[in-house]
Design a protein. Structure first.
Length: 129
């Protein structure tokens, strides 16, 4: 019974629900989404901002826009702090390496790490059912 509650708690709050299809869809979105986000924020917006206003302005602006893009999911408040920190870190990876592929990879790995406990729970849930 506790595993049922844990499964519903973790996956029931996700965009696509707690079914197997929901787990797969949520996982795909969280692993494919970083490509679009990084192309948009650390690619397109960072390039425009850096050329027009310089690197300091880019470091101040782009992570704030990244965090603002996550408001619909997380709401306004302290829960956006990790998203803002991630935005700064991913932008630094991009700026220091000069390659967007590294920020994409870092973003995918970060999201995957957040999903691992849920995947383990899904495995345990499927084995116990």
């Amino acid at each position: 019974m506790q595993l049922d509650a844990l499964h519903e708690y973790f996956w029931g709050r996700q965009e696509y629900g707690a079914s197997f299809a929901g787990v797969v869809c949520s996982s795909l979105v969280k692993l494919a989404g970083p490509v679009l986000e990084e192309l948009t924020f650390t690619g397109f917006l960072a390039n425009i901002c850096s050329r027009r206003f310089g690197t300091p302005a880019t470091l101040a602006t782009v992570p704030l826009l990244f965090a603002a893009a996550h408001i619909p999911k997380y709401g306004v408040g302290f829960q956006l702090a990790p998203v803002l920190v991630a935005g700064v870190a991913l932008l630094l990876v991009r700026l220091l390496s000069g390659r967007i592929i590294y920020s994409i990879a870092a973003h995918i790995v970060t999201n995957a790490i957040a999903l691992v406990p849920g995947w383990i729970e899904v495995y345990l849930y499927s084995v116990s059912s």
